[in-house]
Design a protein around this ligand. Structure first.
Ligand code: SAH
Length: 461
């Protein structure tokens, strides 16, 4: 993070704007909303700006900027189109450790202005640190349209009840659940419908009756193959709701960042040269946390029901009568195929697709290899990196054409994705030379040859 977002209480504080044009006016409008006392210095000051300054109780200073004006100021904004003036203002503010913002010049700023969504008392600031302001504005537009204007009213409704609620629900977790249920439930619906009196009454009743749904639950959620954009809305919603998250190696950092900030994080995956938490222990942890009344998120790579042992995890939950939900995710086969231009089925090349574990027993006899040699199908091996040579060799032994196209997709859908494409005979050697690391997915079949023409979007190493 290059910046720490903070919210600045400027009520009644003296702020200086250097510049008197349209940009200065825009900044003055914001300072005005934040109830600051605005002073402006410029040789020429626009009418609206003058009015804002006077209404705020500040001064209009007709003329050039000089350093005495910095005295007793809480914030300075330089909004002139003269680079030397902006630079001087910034330099002098930095020397005084006075927060300064130079419009459109992040390198001179000690504080930068975000794009703002104002649902006071709820305020959201979005910034790209000056690197992509258009993107930040686009996000603001999206948020503007997706956050009901009535959220401000909702926050105002709750505000006087905070103390009472704290008293009625002294336990932190229970209180949080009360808040969340209220925000998601009928009280909020009433506010959105404009029935503030009804909402207030219902809120009072809920507090008096100490109405809170207790009892833990488990969300078994597929997080997809890596790209956070491939999460489902439902996954995201539950990720924001859970109080504890159990995750493993396949869940990427940007996805974990989307889990609620204050959720307890428990890593249950394998560490290098170390053993993973045994499956039975994970199953038991899910039950234990839920029985403590927690909302537990079990976040899994890809889809929980495809080589995800999801079935075992919910088995114990069901036996203990713990409520749970399963949320499907995009499995590695779909993600890798789509991001590398390899359709898993194709009218002309492949009429079926098999998802197969590449985790072989010593003798490799755990598969009906003979069934895999039909040319009109696509084979997808999960967990196939260590056994790659054996898999290719077994298929050839059982009669698969050695020239069948085969690709190993490394870190599919992530920015580091690489595609290693060859034939059934050539792939193991090719992969050996290219220093490949997990996770990888092996796709075998004629559809792999389509990669050359269909992979225009994701340039490959
Ligand atoms: N439930 C997961 C699979 C878990 S098994 C799913 O539905 O995708 C773990 C295997 O998934 C890995 O060994 C690898 O073969 C595959 N895999 C998961 N994420 C991957 C990725 N981003 N790129 C390539 N393969 C991946």
């Amino acid at each position: 993070m290059d910046y720490l977002p903070l919210f600045f209480d400027l009520r009644g504080k003296h702020c200086l704007i250097v510049g008197g044009g349209a940009i200065a006016t825009r900044k003055a409008r914001l300072l005005n909303k934040a109830q600051a006392c605005i002073h402006v210095v410029a040789p020429k000051i626009e009418q609206e700006l003058s009015a804002l300054v006077l209404a705020s109780g500040g001064q209009l200073i007709d003329g050039e900027y000089h350093s005495e004006l910095l005295q007793d100021k809480a914030l300075v904004i330089s909004a002139t189109d003269i680079a030397e003036v902006n630079e001087r203002v910034a330099r002098e503010c930095h020397a005084l450790k006075l927060p300064v913002n130079v419009v459109d010049c992040p390198s001179l700023c000690s504080v930068i202005m975000p794009a703002i969504i104002d649902r006071s008392p709820l305020i959201i600031g979005v910034t790209s640190g000056g690197q992509a302001p258009v993107l930040a504005r686009k996000i603001r537009t999206q948020l503007e349209s997706s956050i009901p204007a009535a959220y401000g009213a909702l926050a105002k409704l709750f505000s006087p009840f905070r103390k009472k609620i704290k008293k009625a629900f002294p336990d932190d977790d229970v209180r949080r659940r009360f808040w969340e249920n209220t925000i998601d439930g009928s009280v909020a619906e009433k506010v959105f419908a404009g029935d503030l009196a009804g909402a207030e009454q219902e809120l009072r009743e809920k507090i008096d009756q100490q109405d809170v749904l207790r009892g833990g639950e488990v969300y078994l959620v597929g997080a997809g193959p890596g790209d956070p954009d491939l999460l489902t809305f439902k996954a995201l919603r539950l990720m924001q709701k859970a109080e504890v998250v159990l995750y493993d190696r396949l869940v990427s950092e940007p996805i974990l960042d989307m889990v609620r900030r204050d959720a307890e994080r428990v890593y249950v995956g394998k560490k290098r040269d170390n053993h993973a938490v045994p499956q039975q222990e994970i199953n038991q942890m899910l039950v234990d946390y839920a029985l403590q009344g927690k909302r537990v998120l079990r976040l899994k790579g890809g889809d929980p029901f495809i080589f995800g042992r999801g079935g075992e995890e919910i088995d114990l939950l069901a036996a203990n009568k713990v409520p749970f939900q399963v949320v499907p995710g995009i499995t590695a086969a779909s993600g890798c195929a789509a991001y590398s231009g390899i359709p898993l089925t194709h009218r002309d090349y492949s009429q079926s697709v098999r998802f197969i574990t590449g985790h072989l027993k010593e003798d490799g006899d755990d598969h009906a290899w003979g069934e895999f040699v039909n040319p009109n199908q696509t084979l997808v091996f999960y967990m196939g990196l260590a056994g790659l040579s054996r898999i290719c060799q077994k298929l050839i032994e059982h009669g698969k054409d050695p020239q069948t196209p085969a690709a190993l997709i490394e870190k599919g859908t992530l920015p580091e994705q690489r595609i290693h494409k060859s034939t059934l005979t050539g792939l193991p050697e090719y992969v050996k030379q290219r220093k490949v690391s997990a996770p990888t997915l092996l796709i075998i079949g004629d559809v792999v040859s389509l990669h050359d023409t269909l992979n225009w979007y994701h340039p490959q190493a």
